[in-house]
Each structure stands twice: as C-alpha cells, then as structure tokens.
Design a protein. Structure first.
Length: 620
C-alpha cells in the first residue's frame, strides 16, 4: 500500500493556514477573463475612473493572450475563442491605455476577422455590444417582455425559466424592449470587425422559435389592456423583480452578469449613473474582486459557502475533530449562512420552508441542493446540538426532488421542453434546471450515509430509478456542474452505494469498468472540457489531481481491496500533489458548456484529501 500520511498532513496544514478569521475559506472562483473585460467596460460607461483597478485588469487580460492573438476558455480549446477575444479586445481599447496599433491588439483583430468577425460572438456579447453602441438591437426581441405578465399556468411563463435564466433575462428583456444604447465618449469603433454591412442583423431565429413566439403571442392576446400599457406594465414588473432581489451587498442575486445587465437596464429606465442603487451595485461587484498571482480578477460570484462546506467535511473525513478550532469556526460560519428567507424556489415548491444554503457568501435568496447537502455533511457531528438547522436543511433538500425522481440545483420541475425552442444560445444551460446525475448522486450519498432515511423509502427508490435511466450506454453518467463524465460517474456511484445498491450490481460494475478503461498510463485521470461541448467523454491527455481524486473515490467505494488501478491512482496523487502547472489550473467546473468554465482553486486540496482519507480508512 502507498503511504498517504504525509500527503494528508500537508493538505490539512495548508488548509489550516488558508482559513479566514470568520471560519470560511475564500479561495478564488476563477472564470476566465470575461468578467474582467466587462468590468472595464462598465467602469468606462459609468465614467468611474478607478484607474488602478482598470490597469490591473488590463494587465491580467493581456497575460492570458495566446501567441496568435486570441484568448481561450481552456488550455486545449484549440486556436482560441472568438467571444473571449472580442471581449478582451474591446475592453483593452475602451480602457484607453491601448490602441488598435498595439502589436497585441493587431494580432487579436487578425484572429477575430479570420474567425468570422462580430457576428460569430455569443448572444450575451452581442447584448453588451448593443447596449454600448457597437451593435444593432434586433428588430424583434428574442423574448418579448410581456412574458412577465403571462400567468403561471400558461405553458410558457416567466417562472418556467430557471433561477439563473430569470436573473439574466429580466434585464435583457428590458434593454431589448427599450433598444437601449449608451453613447460612450472616446469609445473605440468596432465596425472594422464586421465583415458585412448586415452583420448587425445576425440574430438568427429558427423556425421552432417562430412557432414558440406564436404561442407566446397567443398568450399576449389573452392579456386585457392596450398593447402600449401592457408593455409598460411588463417593464415595471421586470424592474420590481430586479429591485426586489438585490442582495445586501447591492448585487442582483449575487451574479456578476445579472448585476452588470441590471445596471444598464436601470439606466434605460431613467436612473442616473450616480443613483444609490447603481453605486451600491458597483461596490458589490468590486467587493467580489479577488487576487490571483498578484493581479485582480473579478469573480462571477464568490464560492465561499461551497468551499467552506466541502473543506470542513473533507477535514473531518481525514480525522480532524469537530472540536478542533478550525472545524468549530468553519461550522459556525456555515450555520450563519443558512437561509432564512423565501426565494423564487417557493413558486414550484410551495409547501416547504427556508432551510437551504447558497453558493456564495452574499447569497441570501437562492439556495441550492448541492450546497445544502454539502453544508449538512459538514455539520453532521453537531446535528444534535443544532437540531433546528439540521432538520430544516434536510426538509428543504428532500422537498426539492423533481417529479422524475432526480434532484435539480435551484428549482423543482424547471425543465419545460418548450423552452428548448427559444433561440437563446446555450439556452439549455441558461433556462433549464433539470435533474442531473451529480446532484442526484451527491444527495443520495448524503441521505444514505448521514441520515436515518430508510433505504427502501420512496424518495430513495425514485432517485435510484432516475439514475438507472440516466446512465450512458458506456456505463458513465454526465455531470452537469463538473467536468464532466468523470464527475457525474463519481457522484452517481458513491450515491448509489450509500443507499444500499450492492457493488456487484451490473450498473455499478459497468461504471467501474468505464472508469478503469479511461485511466492514464501514469495512474491518474484527466478529462477535457470538450466532453462538455461534444457530449461525449474526451480525454485531456494529461492527468489532473481533481479528476484522479473523483475516479479514485468511486473505485475505493466499490472495492473491498485495493486494486491495481487504485494503487496506481493513489501513487499518482501522492507524487503529484504539489504540482503547479496548467493541469492544476485547468477548469474542473462549468456553468454553460462552451462558454463558462470554472477553476476552483480549492479543489486541488479538497478532493485529494477525501480520496486519500477514504483510501486510508477503507484499507487501513
């Protein structure tokens, strides 16, 4: 057997050193350079001359540029990403510190033009370009704002969308209805990035979307009122939706993108740039700034609750007592972040009460199932003394099970097939909140290992049935919030075993064989973000600490004895634990396939610690 003691102790001491005074861990939530670029654009649009921040963000953006002039979302993406490159190019120009004649920007322009120009960027980027005067709004909005007025029983209505979808679509619908554009003094002219004069009209809508638009139009006809008055009523409702969901720090539901869009939406409604609501929103965005390698990065949100719950659980799995000051302060922090307010989740879950946890330090309104079970795992050893928190958390998590038997992230049954007809790029990620293998598996793992819920309970039986249906023909499961099939398969296996599915079950054995078949020669595992885009497993061709830990933890849960694959994997972890290279920076999480990837700086410690601890416990 491989000696894991020194590796476990190193991780524990690293985590002890990195803990904040309030008991949390504030490792960066790194999502590329898009938020950095948008922050520069926002500050210039509002004439906020925070030059130190702007220069720091420019420096970070330039440090990520490839030799061919492009920017990428992940290491093995290919030549580059057209959307990320346009966003970076625009931000550097609008900062005022660079011109089109600079060598780096000339290279970026060549890449943009060679890859189709502005018409090839994402919908979100087109929205940003339109509201800053660089692109025309389409003649027809991709989603009429009158959707705000449709009753909840109508096939398509505002609450058909996921929480994340509503947060971003609400300000977009206002901006599109107003066709708002702010004129920026000394703004660069990006018209030379358009290959044809009609590039502005490239908001192509499918035949299916036109059918759906007809359906929405039929709903609008049922609304009583003059069209102009109805539109004003819908805009007013959208405005109040945003203002009613501003977090204490001033952000709109704690997301960078929704807050950025809300600021421009409020400007379109007549708010002044210096309005207190807008100024507080700016301060909220600035408060999410982190520092990575001496440079500022605007986080999309904070991952403080997620980091802290996983780390506290991992440390306790490694034998750290709940009475250790590190765990006591961590769990005290987590208890303080349990939600007390009703959020939009109550629309589809009206018989439950607040009790979940959210992802970020500033989130008070939209809890999610994954953070809730992660936080409950952390406080399980103090459940008797924190009985109310424990029971409220479990009740909320159980109440969130979808009718199909699986668990979503934020809302029950938010997976209407009609939404797939909307012409919104990455709509399945933006609008839907379906059952997924990673959340269902992790919830089962929690229920099976840490609660007294009987293994034959209908809740568990329905979840098992859903996972059987969701398993791929090769034995793997797709993980919605991680990269990707390795993540989903780990979650499904550990969840199923925890609720009594035997390790010799054919489904488990098929999944085990799949994991072993993708092990690398060096003993580790590694999966590419291309898996997420192509919806099939794509190897990274290099091993990573996190993917290796997920695969190992699943195999350890299956096998009573350390197999050759397990021993090779553990040896890789121990040997590579202190590596610092592109594989440790590679994204292990995603929010939107092909567009939004996450490098969790905490994962290189959390999941190796869990895998090494479980190896040590199971095999002595």
């Amino acid at each position: 057997m491989v000696d894991t003691k020194a590796s476990i102790e190193w991780i524990i001491e690293t985590l002890r050193k990195d803990q904040s005074s309030d008991g949390s861990w504030n490792y960066p939530f790194e999502t590329g350079i898009s938020t950095d670029a948008y922050m520069i654009i926002l500050l210039r649009a509002l004439k906020i001359n925070d030059e130190e921040l702007i220069q720091g963000l420019c420096k970070r953006i330039l440090s990520k540029q490839e030799k061919n002039g492009a920017w990428k979302l992940f290491y093995d993406e290919g030549d580059g990403n057209i959307t990320a490159t346009v966003e970076s190019y625009y931000a550097l120009l609008i900062s005022g510190y660079y011109t089109k004649d600079d060598r780096n920007l000339r290279a970026a322009k060549r890449f943009i033009l060679a890859h189709g120009g502005l018409k090839k960027v994402s919908m979100f980027t087109k929205v940003m370009l339109a509201l800053t005067g660089q692109y025309k709004w389409p003649s027809h909005s991709p989603l009429p704002i009158e959707v705000m007025l449709l009753p909840n029983f109508f096939p398509i209505n505002f609450y058909s969308f996921s929480y994340f979808g509503r947060a971003n679509l609400t300000p977009i619908m206002i901006l599109a209805a107003k066709k708002f554009s702010i004129q920026l003094k000394n703004a660069p002219d990006l018209s030379d990035l358009k290959q044809n004069r009609d590039d502005d009209e490239e908001w192509a809508y499918s035949r299916e979307w036109r059918s759906l638009l007809f359906l929405i139009g039929e709903g609008r006809k049922r609304l009583v009122g003059i069209p102009g008055e109805l539109r004003n009523m819908a805009i007013d409702r959208a405005k109040h939706y945003m203002l009613g969901r501003i977090e204490p720090d001033g952000t709109f539901l704690s997301y960078f993108s929704s807050t950025f869009l809300m600021i421009f939406a409020l400007l379109s409604l007549g708010y002044k740039k210096t309005d207190p609501v807008i100024m507080k929103a700016i301060d909220g965005l600035k408060s999410m700034k982190s520092e990575i390698n001496g440079e500022p990065h605007m986080q999309y949100t904070t991952a403080t609750v997620w980091n802290s719950s996983l780390i506290s659980y991992a440390l306790q799995s490694a034998g750290i007592s709940p009475d250790d000051p590190m765990i006591k302060t961590a769990n005290g922090y987590l208890l303080s972040r349990q939600h007390q307010k009703y959020g939009d989740w109550v629309i589809h879950n009206p018989n439950s009460q607040p009790g979940g946890w959210g992802f970020s330090n500033i989130n008070t309104l939209h809890p999610d199932v994954d953070d809730t079970t992660a936080s409950l795992r952390s406080i399980v050893k103090i459940a008797r003394t924190e009985k109310d928190s424990w029971e409220r958390g479990i009740r909320w998590a159980l109440s969130m099970q979808n009718d199909d038997g699986g668990w979503p992230a934020f809302e029950r049954n938010a997976d209407s097939r009609l939404l797939k007809l909307l012409p919104l790029e990455k709509g399945e990620f933006l609008l839907h909140d379906p059952s997924c293998a990673d959340l269902t598996g992790r919830t089962l793992e929690f229920l099976g290992n840490y609660t007294n819920l009987p293994k034959h309970h209908p809740i568990i039986k329905r979840a098992i049935g859903w996972l059987w249906k969701d398993q791929r023909s090769d034995g793997s499961w797709y993980g919605r919030w991680g990269i990707c099939y390795t993540y989903g398969t780990w979650a499904a296996i550990t969840g199923l075993l925890a609720v009594g599915v035997p390790s010799n079950d054919p489904h488990i054995q098929k999944a085990s064989a799949w994991l072993i078949s993708i092990q690398n020669p060096d003993g580790g595992w590694g999966e590419s973000c291309h898996s997420d885009i192509k919806r099939k497993y794509i190897p990274l061709q290099s091993s990573t600490l996190t993917h290796t830990s997920w695969a190992l933890d699943a195999l350890i849960a299956i096998s009573d004895k350390p197999t050759k694959a397990i021993e090779k994997g553990i040896a890789y972890l121990v040997k590579s634990l202190k590596n610092n290279d592109w594989t440790t920076d590679y994204p292990k999480g995603q929010g939107m396939a092909g567009a939004f990837y996450i490098h969790y700086h905490s994962y290189r410690y959390i999941f190796p610690l869990i895998a090494l601890s479980h190896y040590q416990k199971r095999y002595g």
